[in-house]
Design a protein around this ligand. Structure first.
Ligand code: SF4
Length: 207
């Protein structure tokens, strides 16, 4: 559909070279950042991780970590109790089942504690530039406002966006996250300065 292709090309044009706001220096740090970022802001994650990575600089260190100490280090993160447990379980499974190397296969990633489809896809997008979509709260909202999907779950929205856009999904993921975070915000979207305003018929659009 012509309109959808236009939306795609405008996202790619306006967010050329866009990158995640999470700060990481290797694959271990990336998976930890992405796990912590579930229902938490990237800003908060970036405040937490320097001390966490100082205490546990590798996946092997995290596998041997003390639960109470990890909880204390990430306590300002939402759901820190569960996340601390999952981080240690994830690290142990990486050491036991993958010789200490974070796997880069979607199924293998999803076999790790705390890693669902979205987390696995974000890791693959950020690390490999994989042609996959991952739907967070921002992309879910943007997809609905732009009538790219009417689906009720992130997984089904992901399937709709994958079918509609087909390629450059990694770049479109970055673009839609940043667009939802800073322009098409949940409250008070910046419709006046939005480059998609002509194509948007959302009831949330502000005149
Ligand atoms: S016009 Fe407003 S509601 Fe529509 S996509 Fe742009 S920011 Fe979002």
């Amino acid at each position: 559909m012509k309109r959808n292709l236009e939306i795609k090309s405008l996202f790619l044009k306006h967010f050329e070279g866009a990158r995640t706001e999470l700060v990481f220096k290797d694959l271990y740090e990336l998976i930890v950042c992405v796990m912590l970022s579930a229902q938490c802001t990237d800003k908060r994650v970036n405040l937490i991780t320097p001390n966490l990575f100082k205490a546990y600089p590798s996946v092997a260190d995290l596998a041997r970590a003390n639960l109470a100490s990890v909880k204390a280090l990430i306590q300002t993160c939402s759901f820190f109790n569960n996340k601390a447990q999952n981080l240690i379980k994830m690290a142990r499974a990486v050491c036991e089942n993958f010789k200490g190397n974070i796997p880069l296969d979607q199924k293998d990633l999803q076999s790790l504690a705390g890693v669902g489809q979205k987390t696995a896809n974000v890791v693959l997008i950020e690390w490999c530039g994989a042609n996959v979509m991952a739907v967070d709260t921002h992309i879910f909202r943007v997809a609905h406002r732009l009538n790219l999907s009417k689906a009720k779950t992130p997984e089904l929205v992901e399937a709709d966006l994958t079918r509609i856009f087909k390629d450059n999904l990694n770049r479109l993921h970055q673009a839609m996250v940043l667009f939802g975070r800073y322009t098409c915000k949940a409250k008070n979207p910046l419709c006046e300065s939005c480059f998609l305003t002509k194509l948007c018929k959302s009831k949330d659009k502000r005149a």
